[in-house]
Design a binder for this molecule. Structure first.
Ligand SMILES: NC(=O)c1ccc[n+]([C@@H]2O[C@H](COP(=O)([O-])OP(=O)(O)OC[C@H]3O[C@@H](n4cnc5c(N)ncnc54)[C@H](OP(=O)(O)O)[C@@H]3O)[C@@H](O)[C@H]2O)c1
Length: 377
């Protein structure tokens, strides 16, 4: 029987691990990327204004907290989302701050976005629908929020004084096999192409793409933590691998991109992978691992950069950038300006062929640090 838990954006799944080292072979120098490797940025948001769509979500809440801690003199920090209860609860949790504005709104509503974006300099677009099965069942709802909503955000930026825009993407947008991923790929392309229509404005649009956020709501980690009491964990495919990023690494990556972007890049962090079987062992070493089969819309391995992207991809050290086809800079100029190197032709960044794999011990440490400080096996 297939697992009945919700299959979300950050769902565990499947691939061909012929090239992947086993967790036991993970070398001491193959450490997961640290927060520090992402934080080189001269960004200063004191006296500035920023709006985040989807600010009440998992990413948004961590992002807003980080900003208030790091730049307490931010002038205006606008949280735009639909549900008043989530906003009310977030307001209670954060307490009073003179910069905070909770703005009810829907990214499907262009007039409301234009109103919200007045006087805003930085925009982070995190609002999305993201449950894979919900997308298959309600495709046009996903098109309206993830695709038309993205274009509405772009138009509102073009119509106001916004200067920097980062949109969040997912590994499921690279060579997508489900509708959720396809809508996010459309969104990525809308944002990168928006640089072509900005005219003389000082306005840049870029995308940050990453993989599963460890322990996020509805994902495999809370599911395994709940199921382990039953003594059996369902494994969809024994070879399945996934990229792993922590929420704080995702936040740092977006903050970095706001400062570093030229416009048009899809930034991809270098992050470790894990095997689903190692995750199950880390959480419940005594449980039976029962193979239940891959589900529709899942891949064995996730991909963040496809071989077809390689011609336009550069290596920035701790991250890659997929450059746009039509840009006002060439790949050579970008490399000279940023100190980056082109990747070899045919290069692909795939969770199954990654250089870095988390060991069982490393997964346990991350679970203690980022999911539950009292986690025990
Ligand atoms: N979680 C992951 O593992 C992961 C991995 C890679 C990429 N991402 C991407 O990261 C972004 C943030 O993800 P998350 O995990 O923070 O998602 P989340 O927890 O589900 O939050 C989604 C946010 O978007 C808002 N929203 C949804 N529809 C909206 C609409 N039509 N108009 C305005 N706001 C809307 C939601 O609030 P309301 O419901 O109140 O409107 C909520 O604030 C998404 O773009 C996602 O694709 C996530």
């Amino acid at each position: 029987m297939k697992p009945s838990g919700p299959v979300r954006e950050d769902e565990e799944d499947v691939g061909d691990t012929a090239n992947a080292p086993s967790a036991n072979e993970a070398k001491a120098d193959n450490r997961p990327m640290t927060d520090q490797s992402l934080t080189h940025s001269g960004l200063d948001l004191n006296d500035r204004s920023l709006l985040i769509t989807g600010g009440t979500g998992s990413f948004g809440q961590a992002f807003v907290r980080t900003i208030l801690d790091r730049w307490p003199r931010i002038r205006r920090l606008v949280i735009l989302s639909r549900d008043e209860l989530k906003q009310y609860e977030m307001q209670l949790a954060l307490g009073k701050h003179p910069a905070l504005r909770f703005f009810l709104g829907n990214v499907r509503d262009p007039l409301r976005l234009r109103r919200a974006f007045e006087g805003v300099e930085h925009v982070v677009h995190a609002a999305a629908l993201k449950q894979v099965p919900a997308a298959e069942y309600n495709p046009f709802e996903f098109v309206q929020t993830n695709v038309l909503g993205a274009q509405n955000v772009i138009e509102a930026c073009l119509d106001t004084e916004v200067r920097r825009v980062v949109a969040l993407s997912t590994d499921k947008a690279a060579a997508p096999v489900n509708l959720y991923g396809a809508t996010k790929l459309c969104s990525d392309r809308l944002f990168t192409a928006a640089n072509n229509i900005r005219g003389p404005r000082d306005l840049r649009f870029s995308v940050v793409r990453y993989g599963n956020v460890l322990g996020s709501r509805g994902s495999v980690v809370p599911y395994f933590l709940k199921e382990r009491a039953k003594g059996v964990l369902p494994i969809t495919h024994p070879d399945m691998t996934r990229f792993n990023i922590t929420l704080s690494e995702g936040v740092e990556m977006v903050l970095w991109a706001l400062e570093a972007m030229e416009g048009g890049e899809v930034f991809v962090p270098k992050i470790p992978s894990y095997r689903i079987t190692d995750l199950a062992t880390a959480i419940a070493p005594k449980c039976e691992q029962k193979v239940v089969g891959i589900r529709p819309g899942e891949k064995v391995h996730e991909e963040m950069i496809t071989a077809s992207d390689s011609l336009n991809t550069v290596d920035l050290g701790p991250r890659f950038a997929i450059l746009p086809h039509a840009a006002d800079y060439s790949k050579g100029e970008y490399c000279r300006g940023t100190g980056s190197q082109p990747v070899p032709n045919g290069f692909a960044y795939n969770s199954g062929a990654n250089d870095e794999f988390l060991s069982v011990g490393e997964i346990r440490s991350l679970l203690r640090e980022h999911v539950d400080p009292n986690f025990e096996v």
